[in-house]
Write a protein that binds this ligand. Structure first.
Ligand SMILES: Cc1cc2nc3c(=O)[nH]c(=O)nc-3n(C[C@H](O)[C@H](O)[C@H](O)COP(=O)(O)OP(=O)(O)OC[C@H]3O[C@@H](n4cnc5c(N)ncnc54)[C@H](O)[C@@H]3O)c2cc1C
Ligand code: FES
Length: 353
């Protein structure tokens, strides 16, 4: 695309455009370069979504009239069939003028806290493991989110925002803590780990996500983190302890890592009242050879295999929260729903695409 055409496109997508939902009186405004999805959520609509990152396909919609600019044409959330039918991902496109779309909104997706953009400054970092580091940012306004939710970070020099889950609790001081795993040659994580300095700024846009702690049911809680899925499970455990939920219920925290040196999470739980009693930590290592090499005597295998053994009894007595790589979340979901008949409403998860 030539420089003039690119400038015209940039101007059209940063203007405000009305988006109508076909067959309903609902209309919302896309402004400030938002995607269709973010504009809908900022307007308080229940637009279906999960990852906000082009991976899951939950935000698919059909265009009835008007045009969009697609940010990531190869996004894996669309199948070839979707592309042939002209379907779009609301999290990966921006209206370039007035738009009419077909989508089925659902009250389940209505944001409990409307997402907002904040300028944020890096205030501290600390290593959690050899490849996971906690990054703490501060914003001028309060950090408003539900435990288990994530935010989208716009990082200078990275061509698209990346989603990261908060590990702390919402707070008036405006602190947002993220526990981020370094990805080999990953664009965002290379910037975060090797270029970002204390005092540098990023944009935090959030909160997003539906895998947040449900406080008002009496079931025991199970949190399962695989690899980089640590942060939201730490946040949920902290919130359950802070809300006094663990006086009458138990919380089982599972961490699945590849090798013993990947294991983490326990020190965050040890700071909480009820650790070792109401809060129980379990860990599993998937690479048997690395465990054998250091005579590690803990559990070896996949976390979804150990879960029924360690929990025992009827799994449907629990409320499940989990986060991590898609193959792990898929295996846990199948085990819970197919093998153990846990109702879908008791299962809350984020796939980290
Ligand atoms: C809901 C959610 C929560 C997450 N929470 C955490 C967390 O708490 N901790 C953690 O370590 N990781 C988390 N992740 C993963 C994180 O967002 C990044 O995928 C990961 O850090 C790798 O980023 P990278 O840029 O270093 O790697 P890359 O390999 O450079 O990028 C990987 C990801 O970037 C996105 N991407 C790539 N190209 C494009 C493009 N052209 N346009 C738009 N997007 C693109 C895709 O989502 C892809 O999976 C989360 C992901 C999701 C979806
Ligand atoms: S929310 Fe758009 S692909 Fe996941």
């Amino acid at each position: 695309m030539g420089a003039v055409a690119a400038h015209i496109l940039r101007s059209t997508i940063t203007l405000s455009h009305a988006i109508h939902i076909d067959g309903s009186p609902t209309c919302f405004v896309q402004a400030g370069g938002d995607t269709v999805l973010r504009a809908a959520l900022r307007a308080g609509l229940g637009f279906p979504y999960e990852c906000n990152s082009g991976g899951c396909g939950t935000c698919k919609f059909d265009i009835v009239g008007g045009e969009v600019h697609v940010l990531w044409p190869e996004a894996p959330g669309l199948t070839e069939r979707d592309r042939r039918k002209g379907r779009q991902l609301a999290c990966q496109c921006v209206a370039t003028g007035e738009l009419a779309i077909k989508v089925r909104t659902d009250p389940e997706y209505v944001p409990r806290i409307l997402p907002r953009r904040h300028r944020a400054r890096l205030i501290a970092t600390a290593d959690v493991t050899h490849d996971i580091r906690e990054f703490r940012f501060a914003t001028e306004n309060a950090a408003e989110f539900l435990a288990g939710q994530y935010a989208s970070l716009v990082i200078g020099g990275v061509d698209a925002p990346r989603a990261y889950s908060m590990s702390n609790l919402p707070n008036e001081q405006g602190e947002w803590h993220f526990q981020i795993r370094k990805v080999h040659q990953g664009q965002a994580t290379t910037r975060l780990f090797h270029a970002l300095q204390i005092g540098d700024e990023v944009e935090i846009d959030g909160p997003y996500g539906l895998a947040y702690l449900r406080e008002d049911n009496p079931r025991d809680i199970v949190c399962i983190a695989g690899g980089s899925g640590l942060a939201p499970m730490v946040s949920i455990t902290r919130a359950a302890a802070a809300a006094g939920l663990l006086g009458t219920r138990k919380l089982h925290f599972f961490y699945g890592g590849r090798t013993p040196s990947d294991l983490c999470g326990e020190p965050f739980l040890q700071e909480l009242a009820g650790f070792g009693d109401a809060i129980v930590y379990h860990c599993v290592v998937s690479d048997g050879a690395s465990a054998k090499a250091i005579d590690w005597s803990g559990n070896v295998g996949f976390v979804h295999e150990w879960l029924p053994r360690l929990l025992g009894g009827d799994l449907a007595r629990h409320e499940f929260y989990f986060a991590g790589p898609p193959p792990m979340t898929q295996a846990i979901q199948e085990m819970l729903m197919v093998t153990h008949r846990v109702p879908f409403q008791q299962i809350h998860f984020d796939r980290f695409f």
